[in-house]
Ligand binder design. Structure first.
Ligand code: ACO
Length: 331
């Protein structure tokens, strides 16, 4: 339960999607698939792919700059930079440290959070806790991923699903008891590690000629299993976040779910009894951008005027781990 009177509010948002568009038609040239199959099974029409020679932090930097400008906060005023990502520029140090230097955020401490598609929700919950305890006043929270670098472009079961992108929010402290992050809930189930993972490239199986030859540095997934558990888990944690916030689903103006598959989103909306008109969907343009999906959708929803002062928004995400989370925010 929340006891502190200090809350965190979203002061600004920003996002960045790479310029290069890869349509379903382009994927028809790479693997045995069709635009029709991808559209009906996932809802995705195209995705963005980061150009060669750029890293995750290049996208994160642009998203961060936009969020800072939107918030009217300067980089030097940031106390923390927390980034949800599974595709940092280097195995170490963190993408957040690279970004800190790019921004010139000299007064911040920075680190990455590895929680795959729910990375942003995890980063948000950590930053929110730091703010509520009084440890920090301003945080830059990001979800930024370059999953194109982890795809096997010969595997039609995975390469059609993902895209690259970055989303950012600036959080600040408030004593206004009526707005801000009302609740945040997180959960994991490590028994599903191998249902969705990258088999090699870590300490267990470091890169070798053999691992590269066997394509073990790319995403391996049991899609059906992910689908089933994603719907159930996002429903459950969304209800828990709403309960903790003391908010009913009818009071929610907009649900911003992880953008993995339109069928997952529709099933979640049905279970939560929310009409699709109150659900943010942009996956037809970007595919599944992993940790970036929720903050990119949040930024677009704000820019489209779908979130107004006083609105209550529910965020919900699910991904590898399995790791999932939800948050309720009053604007
Ligand atoms: N094009 C054409 N056919 C395909 C393709 C493709 N791109 N991919 C698979 N198929 C074939 C399969 O080989 C199979 O053929 P078969 O019946 O001859 O064996 C058939 O289509 C059906 O395959 P399924 O896997 O049963 O298809 P399903 O309806 O489950 O859809 C999908 C697959 C889209 C991957 C779905 O399971 C899904 O979206 N799961 C969630 C996965 C996900 O979103 N992961 C992201 C990370 S976690 C997260 O973000 C939630």
């Amino acid at each position: 339960m929340r006891s502190s009177h200090t809350r965190s509010v979203i002061l600004g948002t920003g996002s960045e999607l790479p310029a290069r568009v890869v349509t379903n038609a382009a994927l028809e040239q790479l693997v045995d698939t069709t635009d029709e199959w991808i559209t009906t099974r996932t809802g995705i029409k195209e995705r963005r792919i980061l150009e060669d020679g750029k890293g995750n932090s290049d996208m994160a930097y642009r998203a961060a700059q936009r969020a800072l400008r939107d918030a009217g906060v300067e980089a030097k005023d940031l106390d923390a930079i927390i980034m949800g990502t599974v595709t940092p520029d280097y195995p170490f140090p963190s993408s957040a440290c690279v970004l800190e230097d790019m921004l010139g955020a000299r007064n911040a401490f920075s680190f990455d959070v590895n929680a795959a598609c729910s990375g942003f929700l995890n980063a948000l919950a950590v930053a929110d806790s730091f703010i509520r305890t009084g440890m920090i006043r301003h945080a830059l929270v990001l979800g930024s991923d370059t999953l194109s670098r982890l795809l096997n472009w010969k595997d039609r079961g995975t390469c059609i699903l993902f895209g690259d992108g970055a989303g950012a929010v600036v959080l600040g402290a408030t004593h206004d008891g009526h707005k801000g992050i009302l609740s945040a809930r997180l959960k994991t189930d490590g028994s599903h590690v191998k249902t969705l993972y990258v088999p090699a490239g870590g300490s267990l199986k470091p890169a070798s000629l053999e691992s590269v030859k066997k394509n073990e540095h790319t995403i391996a997934m049991n899609g059906k299993e992910v689908f089933k558990i994603a719907v159930r888990s996002m429903e459950e944690i969304s209800r828990q976040a709403l309960d903790e916030a003391g908010v009913s689903i009818d009071q929610v103006s907009l649900v911003i779910p992880h953008q993995a598959n339109l069928r997952i989103i529709s099933a979640l909306a049905e279970r939560l009894k929310v009409p699709m008109s109150k659900v943010m969907v942009n996956l037809e343009r970007y595919g599944n951008t992993s940790a970036a999906s929720v903050p990119v959708a949040l930024d677009e929803a704000r820019r489209e005027g779908r979130i107004r002062d006083g609105d209550i928004v529910l965020l919900s995400a699910f991904g590898a781990g399995f790791a999932w989370g939800a948050a309720v925010i009053k604007f």
